[in-house]
Structures are given as structure tokens and as C-alpha cells.
Design a protein. Sequence first.
Length: 711
Amino acid sequence: MTPAVQQAEQDGELTDVEALWERLGQVEQRVREAVASRRAVDPDPDDPYRGQYLTPEAVTRVLETRDAFTPVPAYGDGEPAGAPPGTEGGGRLGELAERFGLAPPDVDLLLVALAPDIDPRFERLYGYLNDDLTRRRPTIGLALELCGLPAAGPGRFRFSPAAPLVAGGLLEIADTERPLLSRLLCVPDRVTAYLLGDDGTDGRLRGIVREHTRAPEPDERPEVPRVAAALGTGSGLVHLLDRGGDPHGLAVQALRTAGRRPLVVDIAALAMATEPAALVRALATEARLGRAGVVLGPLETLAPERPEGARLLGSLCAALGSTPLIAYGKKNWDPLWTPESPVPVTVPPPGPDGMARQWRRALADAGRSVGLSAAHATADDTLIEAAAAYRLDSGQLRRAATVASRLAVLGPRPVTPEDLRAAVRAQNGAGLERLARRIEPGVGWDDLVLPPATRTQLAELALRARHRETVLGQWRMRPGGGRGRGVIALFAGESGTGKTMSAEVVAADLGMELYVVDLSTVVDKYIGETEKNLERIFVEASDVNGILLFDEADAIFGKRSQVNDSRDKHANMESAYLLQRMESFDGIAVLTTNLRANLDEAFTRRLDVIAEFPMPDARQRLALWDRCLGPAVPRDATLDLEFCADRFELAGGSIRACAVTAAYLAAESGAPLTMDQLVTAVLQEYRKLGRLVLESEFGPWLAKERARAGR
């Protein structure tokens, strides 16, 4: 050893890199001996045609020179090799040998293959020893020779596919078409970087693996220690069954509790990669190098029920071996996916108190990251109450908190419920938008003109949606039977009585968006396709913080009839499917109909709220006329809205249509809106509705309109 290394070893300060160079010094001594042996039997060292390989004199010069730019300790002075790995105080080389189950000869072979990646002199030396300057890495035969292992003995089987060096991804064997002893050995860059002190994730996994670098957070969930304990048993495979909780966050916390580094895999990117098998091997090597665990999910994205998904999942489990793997998803685990069965853990929703803690923690962290003051980043009870109706996983919740904090920084001001609602809406995926029309609410309770009983029923719907996690989750008021935690309401009334607008108002009150189901994308003439389309809508809606609106619901929620032919049979099957699916739905849905008698009676039991929308009376019609015309439209002094409210029995939708038509007529005239224009608009609406025009309703305005039409 050099004096510097000896002193460092005596002081107990030998670093991982210094220990590695000390071991490579032993490799160099073996190379010296191999070169000396080769020179002793070289028949003609002065051969003039040996320009494509090194002469013995050149080899001597290489051995006597050193790269001046290599800031490392000097090599060893010829001490014999053969010490078992890690005996010089452990270090990364010892940890690698322990994690991959390497024997001392395996470590020596690895160091021989590693040498050209550390010192370029070894490339030229290996070229000389290979008798081919183009082959500047060690062959299997040369590596066995340098390690003193017989080529015909068991040493060659250390390079079989099942051997620790190869199966663990520590060695790559090139030129597989050549005989075994002539194949070249290469150490992956990630292994070299690890031995030199680099803990960065393998570059080949960029875009596939995301490492959680956030500081561990306290977690009161009882599932965390249970999952952490399961990771240390058997194969280390755990499956988290998502029942509305946060399996991703639970997996990360459990790995940290178990002392493992979480590696979160983008399962979709892995499945779409050109060579997923190579990435799976790199992932397994990365996990073992860094004493990490793998988080995989949601499994629905991989579709493991399909052959390619099952193969990829099986190969990943096989490559990881006993390395912890936590998979999560909403589907139960199929034992046919992998040889080993996982430990199943159900992940329930966190409950109101748990969600409140997560929101407070996320808003505080987000406020600090965007420069919001501590006072402005504090979540008060009003803010927490505004977020009670939302269902978000940990990632969505953190992103929403960050967006809300960034909106507050623009003030600067504290985070408001409006900021939080806008941030949560930004987390809604576009999957449901492809199947339904997305409406961002623009109306409120003050815009509604409804009887007190109907308003009470709408308030009850909002109340149920806001507190469903407490009542249905924490208090378990709907146990068993596979029932979901959804809220289903029926709005029944004639056309134009405000059913759709009321759904929009409830969505605005909850800070959600309204998704109106387009029946043209649902109903299909082919048998079974309608149910598939509805299932896609229900699945997407369960993951969205919004209200699902089935307008004219009697078209697909109709009564079951007596079976006379195959069409009746399949129509009844559609209704039966909807009955089951609505009961297991976890979101918020509103059905509207103006023909309540056409709905199947079995749906009534599954409805949480039934709101009746009657035709407005004269007082309500007066309020509707005034509200629909609005303050911006100039009005003539003779405009008599009380006459319109008393005489014309119209629903709110028809009144709005009349107001818009009259506004166009006033805009054309360039004068304030007159009673003549308003009556003309009402007459057009009557004709559109097919109603009789009676003088008892229109009074003197009918004669004026007829005289004007006669001219």
C-alpha cells in the first residue's frame, strides 16, 4: 500500500473510492504478472509487422506511466490479492457484494471488468493480453486467468444467466455469437457510478422511474406499519386494494418506514417502452444498488389481465426477487399474474380528520415553496370545510395545494376557498370530458327562482355530497352489498322549470364542475355497447371531482317491460345493469326527467334525493321576467312585467327565451325595450310550443299585434 492509503486506513478514514482504488491496485498487480508471463513466451518481440498491437517495450512504458489527471491514490505496490470483499472496512463494494450475494471470486471478476472504466491504461493492457488491440475490454477467459480460476472449471459458470453477476445486472456480456471464453465483459455505467459514490438513478430509467425526495411525513394511518412489516417477509410483494384511499402515498410511507428508498414507476411509460425487458432488468439492479423498493400502479393502466400486461408484471416480479414491490389498484389481484402471491391490504378513505390534516400539511408546504407568508399559508376551518367534498389522492392534493398557493401569491393574500376550488378543478382529467360535456358553473343560489321545498331538497343534496365521507365512510351507514359512497338525485319536472340550472348551482356550491352526459355517445344500436359506454362514464366519473348529469334520464333509465322478443330482453338487461351500477357508484350523479312516470320504480329506492320542480306561480314568474331581462337591457317606462307574469303561464326556460327574443328586437330598433316587443316574443314562444293564443291571456296587446301583422 502507499503511505497515504496506509495512514488513512490506520486513522479509519479510508473512503469508498480509496478502498476501490486499493482493490484495483491488486488487479493491476495481476495484470503485471500476466504481462510478464506473456513477454516470457513472446517468440519475436521485435516483429516489424506488429503495428496493430503493443510491443513488450510499449507495455513496460504503459506500466511505468500514470495518468496525471486522475485525482486518486496511487495503486498498490504488489500486495497479493484475494481478500474477501468488504474486509477493508466494508464500504460500497462490501455493500454491493452483500446485496447481490457475491462470493469473493465474483468480486474479483467484477473488479477486473470494472478496471477500464476507472483507468484508461487498462484498455491498452487488456488489448495486449487479448492479442487484439480492438478488443480493449477483458474477455471471460482473460478475467478467469487474472483471477486464478480455471477456464474449464466451475469459474466459467459464474457467467451463466442465473449467476449473481449476470442475473443481478452487474455484468453485461457482449459478442454472444463467439465462444464463451472469447466474449467481452462490460460493467454498466450505473454500477460504476455507484461504486464511485454516485446515488443518482440510472439514466436509462429517466421518464420511467421517479424518486421521492420529499422529507418523510408523519402518518397516523394504521396500515403503514403493517405494510412495512409485510415488506420484510417472503418475496416482499404487497398489493394495496384501493377503496377510495391513497395507496400511492401509503406505499411511499411504508417503504420509508421499512428503511427503503421509494422508486415510483410510471407503469404506462414502462409498458410502452421499446425494450421493456431491458428496463425491467435495469430497474431491478437500481433497486438493489440503492436498497430501494418499487411502487407500481395503478394496475388498471397496465391491464394485467391481458397477456402482455401479465408477462411484464411477471418479469418485473421475477427480476426484483426479494426486493420489496408494492403494487396498487382498484382490482383484486389475480394469482395467475405472478408465481408469488402478494400480501393483500385494503386501503380505505382517510376520513374527514385525515383529509383535514393532509390539507393543512400540504398548504403549509406549498406556501413555503412559493414564498407565501406563514400567516397566509395557514388553512383555517373555512378552507378545510370547503375542501370536504373533494376526493383526491396525495399527489393530486399536493398539486392542488400548490396551485391554490400560487393563486394566493398573486394577491398577496391568504388562500381562499375559490382558490382551492379552482385548483381542485385543475386536477380533473380529460377522460370524462371525451364522454360528457364539461360545464364550469357560472350561477349561484341567488339566480334560482324556486319554491322553498325544492330549494330545501337542493340544499340537502349539497349537504349529502359534502359530508358523505363522514356518514358513509367513517360512520358506515351503508355497509355491505358492494354499495358505493355516491350520492344520486332525481330532478323531476316539466321542461324549462330549472332542473339543469339547479344542478349547475349545486355544482357551484360544492366547487365542482358539471358533466352533462351526451346520450349520442352512450346509446348504441349494437347489443352490449350501451352498457360498455356507460361503464366508461361511471369509471371516469368516480375519479373526477364533479357532478354527473344525465339529462332526459328516462331515455336510458326507463321501465323494464315484459319480454316478448330479444329486443325487450336486452333493453331489460340495460336497465338491470344501471340499477346495479348506480348502487355501486362512488361519485355524485343527478338524473333529470320531465316524465317521471317512465322511470323504473326500482331506481326510486336507490335515489338519495328527489326534487320536484313545479311550474312557477305568478310571483315566481315576475321574478323570472325581471331576472332574465337583467339590469343591462334598457327598458321603456311602459313595460308591464306584472301583466306578463299574471297572464302568461310559462316555465323559466320559456321566459328566458322570450326575454332573449325581445332583446334582439330592442337592439334592432335602437330604442329601449317596449311592451310591444315583449308581447311579440311571447307570441313566437306560444307558436313554438304549439299553444293556443287566447285573447283572455293577451288582452289588448293581441289586437295591436294582429293590426301590426296585417299592415
